[in-house]
Design a binder for this molecule. Structure first.
Ligand code: MHO
Length: 208
């Protein structure tokens, strides 16, 4: 894990923070049940916050029970100085099976927010097509309305650890969609982040 020379603003307070004010870009993906990518992306260096929801369709106000033509999706706020869209795409491709024939609820989508993301997404899709013999179902489409999922789906793995959730001042509320700390813990708790990563983040803020 490379350490930049400048200490990122969000690691300067002696702890990982709930609220982080850096300018971010968005990345939106669908890659199966949204609980797993919430953990996967939440723990990546440069990912500030995540939320899970429903996107890709046209029906207004979908819910888990009435998902209609939408797909379970993850919405990521990332600091482009710390992680690139290409790195996020690499994780997208590596952590699900884009050849799986699934229902619309669990299909594979890349929802781009600008032309640069579109081009990178399409480029990596072509590369995957060369690597795989089966048909890739992934669609690259423009990001439109993202409907947040119900609170009980946000940081789902962390919510199973009620005492930890409470110990860091969180509960099942809207803060689970905005807290940087919640995103991190939700990844660590299932083993996506390792000791080396945590130590490097802690070293940057100067506590051991
Ligand atoms: N209940 C299913 C899917 C949940 S996900 C939010 C499972 O445990 O895999 O669709």
């Amino acid at each position: 894990m490379g350490q930049g020379r400048s200490t990122a603003q969000y690691r300067n307070m002696g702890s990982l923070l709930h609220d982080v004010n850096v300018s971010t870009k968005k990345a939106t993906f669908s890659m199966g049940c949204f609980w797993a990518p919430d953990s996967l992306f939440g723990v990546q260096k440069g990912v500030i916050r995540t939320r899970v929801g429903y996107a890709g369709g046209v029906m207004e106000n979908p819910t888990y029970r009435r998902i209609s033509d939408h797909t379970e999706s993850i919405d990521i706020d990332y600091d482009p100085n710390e992680i690139t869209y290409n790195e996020l795409l690499n994780l997208f491709w590596a952590y699900h099976d884009p050849t799986a024939r699934t229902s619309k609820q669990y299909t594979s989508l890349i929802m781009y927010h600008d032309e640069e993301q579109k081009e990178l997404a399409e480029k990596t899709l072509k590369e995957e097509e060369k690597k795989k013999s089966s048909y890739i179902v992934t669609k690259v489409i423009p990001a439109k309305e993202f409907y947040d999922a119900e609170d009980y789906h946000q940081k789902y793995r962390l919510q199973q650890h009620t005492s930890l959730l409470e110990a860091v001042g969180l509960n099942r509320g809207s803060k689970l969609k905005t807290s940087h700390l919640a995103a991190r813990l939700n990844g660590y708790i299932v083993g996506f982040g390792g000791v080396a990563q945590f130590d490097s983040e802690i070293n940057q803020i100067g506590i051991r």
